[in-house]
Each structure stands twice: as C-alpha cells, then as structure tokens.
Design a protein around this ligand. Structure first.
Ligand code: SF4
Length: 322
C-alpha cells in the first residue's frame, strides 16, 4: 500500500489530487481554494463582474457550468448587487438533453435559482435532431457540409444572446474552460483563420446598438479535468455523458491531440492558453497604435454582431425556412 501524500499547500491534510503541470499535490480544501482563486483572477484580469450587473449564466447540466454557477454565486454575494439568471438552451437532442436538463434543474434548485429554458423549437420550430435530418437531406452544399456542432453552437449562441436581451441582462457568462479556449485557438490556426483570435476572448466587446450582449468566460484559467473534480468535491449535480453529436466535431480531434500532448509534456495546455492571450494582447495593441477597429459589421437580418453581411445564425435559419 502506498503512503499517503501530504498536501504541498497546507502541509497538513492528505493530498487527493496531483496537478502534474505544477508538480503540486493538493488536499480537497486547498484544491477548491485554488479553483476559486483562478476564477477570481479571471474576474480581476478581465473585469468580468461588476456591481449592478445582471448576468445570464449559461447552464448546460455539465460540470463546467455547474462549477461556474457555484463560484459565481459566491462571488456575486461577496461583491453585492449582482443578479445571476441561469438559462438553459434546450437544443432538442433525444436521450441527452433531458438528462442534462434534470441535473441543471437540481443544481439551480440547490442554489435557490429558477432555471429559465429557451429552446431551438421555440426559435426555429425544430429540434436539433430534426435539423440534422434536414441537413443530411439538403441539396444546399453550404448547409449539407455544416457540422452538427457548428449548427448547434451557432443557434445556441444566438439564442443565449436573445435570452439575455429578453431578460434585461447586460452580460452572458459561459462555462468555457482553459481547454476549450486552447482548442478554439488551435482550430483557428488549423483552419487558417487568424482573425478568429480576435473574435473570441475572455470578454467579448463590441455591443452594437445594444443588440449583442457581451459574453464573459470566468473559467478561462481552469483546466477541464479540474471542473469535474471541483463538482465532485462540492457535491454539485452534473451530467457526465457526452452529446451523441460530439463525435462529428473537428474539436474532438484537436482535444485528443492536446490531451495526448499534455500527458507527455505536462503544462502544454497552459502554454497554448498563454500563447493565445499573448497574441490577442499584441493584436489589440497593434490595433490601438494604428487606431484600427476590429472588423465587425451588423447582420443585415437581425442587426447583431457579424463579420459578413448576414450572420451565421440567420443563415442557418434561412436554410431551415427553405
Ligand atoms: Fe451541440 Fe455539439 Fe455540444 Fe452536442 S456537442 S450540444 S451538438 S455543440
């Protein structure tokens, strides 16, 4: 039997988690404190929560949004005058969404919040399962070649923004963790879309005429694996299964690559995150020096933020109408 390892931080309690990228072995209390410190650091670095904020918190029923709601709730109480409004987007995925919805409802109830639900059916008159069937039969090459996650992610982002506008929120918090950010950054590079680096970030700006509610990512410094640990240690309800469409995603390939690399060279994921944040800052400084504004238009249809004439969500809705 192995000897118990003592926590490197408090030097008292037994370590229950080993963070290979930092060489630290931590007890449950020190680990949870580190987790919460990282969210507070994100808040300080990127000015996410402010008094008077009304924040829609995107809840999926998974580990990231469960951990995010728990920590934001603590922070909101400490800061004062911050209202959190948990919102779940029901895409309509049989066998998956009903289970996650149940966990999300349990989570919100445990924290004294009401969960508000918006659905793809309400937006487009169709569930994602039906939309994917239509895509598979579509003669439109643009629609037919869209991945399930590209369709789902586009409509979800659009609907979350609509929800925030309807609920009078001035921010939307989403549970993207450090792994998600690193994956998106690499995907942009692999797709030769360097401009994508300025399109996503810890805090999105460019609120055009009040139609695009800024998004904040409080878990930007949190590795994915640690969200699950945090939920387990805090007893937060979350659903562990994966969405049946996740196998279609290009993201899965990049995720596997980063996970393998992290296993061989601990710390690589944080290096990717640092590279992304460094590059983003450099681009922002260059833009400030040349007084250049990031490319951003208004969608001709909905008026929301868009880099082309019509935003992707309006394009998908158009495919569905035709
Ligand atoms: Fe939507 Fe893809 Fe996530 Fe499933 S895995 S919920 S299809 S974005």
């Amino acid at each position: 039997m192995k000897d118990a390892i003592t926590c490197n931080c408090c030097q008292k309690r037994e370590a229950i988690i080993s963070l290979s990228y930092s060489g630290l072995d931590l007890c449950s209390q020190c680990f949870c404190e580190l987790f919460e410190r990282r969210v507070r650091k994100a808040n300080r670095d990127f000015a996410m929560l402010r008094r008077g904020d009304r924040i829609v918190v995107g809840i999926s029923g998974g580990k990231d949004s469960a951990a995010m709601l728990h920590v934001l709730d603590k922070m909101a109480r400490r800061i004062g005058s911050v209202t959190l409004i948990p919102v779940l987007i029901d895409e309509g995925i049989a066998g998956y969404r009903p289970k996650t919805k149940k966990k999300a409802q349990e989570l919100c109830k445990a924290h004294g919040y009401k969960l508000t639900i918006f659905s793809f059916s309400g937006l487009a008159g169709k569930r994602l399962d039906q939309i994917i069937k239509l895509r598979n039969k579509s003669k439109n090459p643009q629609f037919r070649t869209m991945g399930a996650c590209a369709i789902c992610g586009t409509l979800r982002k659009y609907l979350l923004n609509k929800a925030a506008l309807r609920l009078g929120a001035n921010k939307v918090a989403i549970g993207h963790n450090a792994d998600d950010i690193g994956q998106t950054f690499l995907m942009n590079m692999l797709r030769a879309d360097p401009e994508g680096v300025s399109r996503f970030g810890p805090v999105s700006e460019n609120d055009l005429d009040g139609l695009t509610v800024p998004r904040i990512k409080p878990l930007i410094y949190v590795p994915e694996r640690e969200s699950a640990y945090y939920c387990e240690l805090k007893g937060l309800p979350y659903h562990l299964g994966s969405c049946p469409y996740s196998v279609e995603a290009f993201r899965g390939l990049v995720k596997d690559f980063l996970n393998d690399s992290e296993g061989k060279y601990p710390g690589i994921k944080f290096n990717v995150l640092k590279s992304y944040l460094g590059l983003r800052m450099q681009l922002a400084e260059n833009d400030a020096k040349s007084a250049k504004k990031p490319a951003s238009n208004k969608c001709e249809k909905c008026g929301g933020k868009c880099s082309k004439k019509v935003c992707r969500a309006c394009q998908v809705l158009e495919f569905l109408e035709n």
